[in-house]
Every structure is written in structure tokens, then in C-alpha cells.
Design a protein around this ligand. Structure first.
Ligand code: ZN
Ligand code: ZN
Length: 218
């Protein structure tokens, strides 16, 4: 399902406040506060798969593996399925859509080569992939998912290659931007000297010069 997007507005989602609180708890590793926020969100929006994923990640980051397992069961019991992530970007009046590890795009080769080049430059600047931190206790399938390029990275790379310098890059994602991609896009904005705007399911992120306007709360 596509998100219709009003670029002039910064707020689209009803769960913004609790979602922001949950995001903030994750940043500070405060699982108790995160749980409180998540319960409020589940009461309001029990179908919101993004919230389950966010809370799972919060538990994972504080090493609470039994709770990560419980969240998985809860998602299954309530019929909430992980919604596949998609990102899309408009280039020359055409919408280009990407999914995780996507290799169906005609420019795939160029995109992956560019991402590898960016990876090296990011590491040189101090970037460490945050997926490494939670890899030891995730299922194989998820591990593979985490190690592949997410849709937002593919869309951003494609846009940089195809949108003339000086023009902002606008990417839309149907789910929240993950922590690793958020960090990576901050580095990328600095390395390529571009303004990158990502509208995710929760808010706008304006990346430029190595920082994001969300202040890492989302
Ligand atoms: Zn990601
Ligand atoms: Zn941001």
C-alpha cells in the first residue's frame, strides 16, 4: 500500500508521540519506558507491526532474548505479519520501487557497486554497522535479512546516481527507517554532500552534512 505524502507536513501518524517515546527509549536502552509506550501503542493500534519490531529490537538491544521470543509469539497470535519493507523514489517522472536485497532493478549492478564504494568511504569516516551488535541471537532468516541492503539504502543510492547534484533526494519508505540505515544515510549525506529526505512511516528525516533533523529520535 502506498503512503500518500504531503512534503510540507512533518506529522502524518497518530502514533507519533508514543512512537517517538518508544524510539527514544530504544536509543537510551530504557526497556521499562519502552514497554509502557508500546502498551499504549498496542492498545491504540494493535495491527501496527512496526511497533512489535521496534519493541523486539529494544529487548534485543538490552539482551532480553526471552522477551524477544515472546514478541514473536505475540505477533503470530494476534495475526500481525511482518509487513515487507519498500522504499520508492521518483526519477524523471517515474517511480522506482525497491525491496530488501532487491536485484530486479535494471540498474541493480550499478547500485550495488556504488553502495560498496560508499561502504568503504563510510567505514573510513568511522561508520560501524549496528546490525553486528544484535546478530548473535537472531534466527538465520532474520540474520540474512539484516545483512542484505535494505530498501531505503538501495533507493538512496539509486537516487544519488540519477538525480542531478544540487537537487534534494526524496525517498519514501512504508516502514520505519531502521537504526543501521539511519546511521548509514547520515554518513552518506556527508560523503556525497547531498540533502536526503526520507519520509518513513512515522516522520520526515532530513539528512545533511552527517546529521538528521530528527536528532536520532524516531
Ligand atoms: Zn535498514
Ligand atoms: Zn532521522
Amino acid at each position: 500500500e502506498m503512503i500518500s505524502c504531503d512534503w510540507s507536513s512533518d506529522v502524518c501518524s497518530s502514533d507519533l508521540t508514543w512512537g517517538a517515546l518508544l524510539g527514544a527509549s530504544r536509543m537510551h536502552g530504557n526497556a521499562a519506558l519502552g514497554e509502557k509506550a508500546a502498551k499504549m501503542i498496542f492498545a491504540l493500534e494493535p495491527w501496527n507491526a512496526g511497533m512489535y519490531v521496534l519493541l523486539s529490537n529494544l529487548y534485543a538491544s538490552s539482551g532480553r532474548w526471552p522477551d524477544v521470543g515472546k514478541m514473536r509469539l505475540k505477533m503470530r497470535d494476534t495475526g500481525v505479519k511482518k509487513v515487507p519493507g519498500y522504499s520508492w523514489v521518483e526519477v524523471q517522472n517515474k517511480i522506482h520501487t525497491f525491496s530488501v536485497g532487491d536485484s530486479t532493478h535494471p540498474e541493480s549492478h550499478r547500485i550495488y557497486a556504488f553502495l560498496e564504494e560508499l561502504d568503504l568511504r563510510m567505514k573510513h569516516e568511522g561508520y560501524v554497522s549496528s546490525t553486528k551488535l544484535v546478530l548473535h541471537d537472531v534466527e538465520e532468516e532474520e540474520k540474512e535479512y539484516m545483512l542484505r541492503y535494505h530498501s531505503e539504502k538501495l533507493a538512496v543510492a539509486f537516487a544519488i546516481l540519477n538525480i542531478p547534484t544540487g537537487r534534494p533526494i526524496r525517498v519514501i519508505k512504508n516502514l520505519r527507517v531502521c537504526e543501521d540505515c539511519h546511521t548509514a544515510i547520515k554518513y552518506i549525506s556527508k560523503i556525497v554532500g547531498r540533502l536526503i529526505i526520507v519520509r518513513d512511516s512515522n516522520r520526515f528525516h532530513h539528512f545533511g552534512g552527517g546529521v538528521c533533523t530528527c536528532g536520532d529520535y524516531w
